[in-house]
Design a protein around this ligand. Structure first.
Ligand code: PLP
Length: 400
């Protein structure tokens, strides 16, 4: 064994929060001004919305309690009626179908291919009868947005982007999250910007933004503090339910000083990912799918697929990697993995999705934070390759 487990880098710790956050948090705690709508203007949450919209080149942003809240509010803002059918990739996080259920809509799962991206043929086949689409760019793997946007437009239905794991990813040079009608992002700790919890949605559509603002809990005249949208909001005063999914000022104080760090995190995360991917792709047992040509990724984790493994060998790979100090999870092997669609028992009987199921039974998930050094990433790559060879090389020797 090339490396012992105790020399492996810690991949679980978050990056430190920039020091400016502390001064702002102290100021807020000193005044007790934590509610976003107390200050007459320039509350930290309002400033975050402006800065985030500018960063992405979007017109409007609404900060909320989580990406799940943003997805739910998107469906409500789009006025999806009870029972509306919402297409989603079958490879996503359980929170996504859950947000659809929360909005009284019905998730319709679309096949995902070996490269972790939506199977466009199955998408096109399931589009008739659908009322909306939520594209999860799962783990930051971008599906063919040109095809998806064209097909959805031809069908006359809106596309919402779940960009929870795609902050900093571009498609044909445009920011993921700004391609569909609404884009939703997460500030949960395992995403590129960490506030513990939090989310934000962006849109170019003033009316959708206004509806989402009111329903996020801008009760009475609080919507006036979204100055650019006050006219659009006024129409909806008292006409929409208030779901109270607001962000509070402390979260914004933690997020804002991280935004200037995003470019560096994206650059380092991509360097780390591409370094490990190149090493793994030199091993016949492992395969990291390529990005699609229009896509420039912003990875903060690594996914790879086992080639020619049985279920038992895939399980053994998890054990061999763990013994070398690297946590590797095969998405489909664990009975409680929230990213395996057949574990979403709250939806009832799982649909037949053999392509996605086969992919999930061999696709592996590994943490690979942007703060790791290239040297640390090399050790992780070596440990994974060692683990694969420990499982497969004896079998190969026998076969030969
Ligand atoms: C994390 C994540 C979510 C949920 O985000 P929350 O802010 O925790 O609600 C949704 N979709 C994807 C793809 C995610 O990775």
């Amino acid at each position: 064994m090339a490396h012992s487990a105790d020399t492996m880098p810690n991949v679980y710790d978050a990056e430190p929060i920039p020091a400016e956050a502390m001064a702002e948090i102290e100021r807020l705690l000193g005044s007790g001004d934590l509610f976003r709508y107390t200050a007459p203007s320039d509350a930290p949450v309002a400033l975050l919305e402006r800065e985030f919209a500018d960063l992405l080149g979007a017109k409007y942003a609404l900060a909320v309690s989580s990406c799940s809240s943003a997805l739910f509010l998107s469906l409500k803002a789009l006025d999806m009626p009870r029972g509306a059918r919402v297409l989603i990739p079958a490879f996503t996080f359980a929170a996504v179908p859950s947000a659809i259920v929360h909005a009284d809509c019905v998730p319709v799962l679309v096949e995902v291919a070996e490269n972790y991206r939506i199977d466009i043929e199955d998408f096109a086949a399931k589009l008739p009868g659908a009322d909306a689409v939520i594209i999860s760019h799962m783990r930051g793997h971008t599906s063919d947005m040109d095809a998806i946007l064209d097909l959805a437009e031809a069908a006359g239905i809106p596309v919402v982007e779940d960009a929870a794991h795609s902050l900093g990813t571009t498609w044909n040079g445009r920011n993921i999250g700004t391609l569909g009608k609404i884009g939703c992002f997460s500030f949960q700790s395992y995403k590129m910007v960490n506030a513990g919890e939090g989310g934000i949605l962006v849109t170019e559509d003033a009316d959708l933004a206004a509806r989402a603002i009111i329903m996020s809990g801008a009760y009475e005249h609080n919507w006036r503090k979204h100055q650019a949208l006050a006219g659009a909001c006024e129409r909806w005063q008292n006409k929409l339910p208030l779901f109270n999914m607001r962000m509070q000022n402390l979260s914004a104080a933690v997020i804002r000083p991280q935004l200037p760090e995003l470019a560096r995190r994206v650059r380092d995360g991509r360097r780390n990912h591409d370094l490990v991917a190149a090493r793994l792709n030199n091993c016949q047992w492992l395969r990291v799918p390529d990005a699609l040509p229009p896509e420039v990724r912003a990875p903060d984790s690594l996914q790879f697929s086992l080639q020619g493994f049985t279920d038992d060998e895939a399980r053994a790979l998890e054990g061999e990697a763990k013994a070398r100090g690297v946590g590797v999870q095969v998405f489909g092997l664990n009975r409680d993995n929230a990213r395996a669609f057949w574990n979403w028992q709250f939806l009832g009987q799982p649909p037949e999705l053999p392509r996605t199921r086969d992919m999930l039974m061999r696709a592996c998930d590994t943490r690979l934070p942007a703060r790791l050094t290239p040297e640390e990433c090399s050790r992780i790559a070596e440990a994974i390759i060692d683990a694969a060879e420990a499982v497969k090389a004896p079998a190969q020797a026998l076969a030969g």
